[in-house]
Every structure is written in C-alpha cells, then in structure tokens.
Design a protein. Structure first.
Length: 71
C-alpha cells in the first residue's frame, strides 16, 4: 500500500492548501508533524495562489492500494 502524509493549511484567502509528502516515515510522529506545520506557517515557506499560508487546518495519513488487472 502506498501512503502519503497530507498537511492542510489555510491561506490568506481562507482557502485550504494541501502539501503532500509521499512515503512518510511510519509511524508518523504527531508532535513532529505539528512542529513542522508550525514552522511552515511562521516562516512563510510556501506561497499559494491565494497568498501566504497563515494557519494550520489538519494533517492526515492517506493510504492507497493499487492492484493491476491483467488483460
């Protein structure tokens, strides 16, 4: 199963901006994720089409399983 970590933020226009981290280290450390998200907000590391990221919204681990079909 492929997993990714989605970090969701609000930008200056109050729209949700998602940053996806592919293949995160498992188990994910919630404290570290929170700390990193705080740094992203406080240091204006990313700029979205709606302006700078201004607040955290949520974080989630997403799993996806892909099964090929033989034709």
């Amino acid at each position: 199963m492929t997993q990714s970590l989605e970090l969701k933020f609000f930008n200056a226009k109050e729209k949700v901006v998602t940053i996806t981290v592919d293949n995160p280290k498992i188990p994910v450390n919630p404290g570290l994720v929170n700390q990193i998200m705080d740094k992203i907000v406080s240091n204006n590391i990313f700029l979205s089409s709606g302006g700078p990221i201004v607040a955290k919204q949520s974080a989630r681990l997403v799993g996806r399983e892909i099964t090929g079909i033989t034709l």
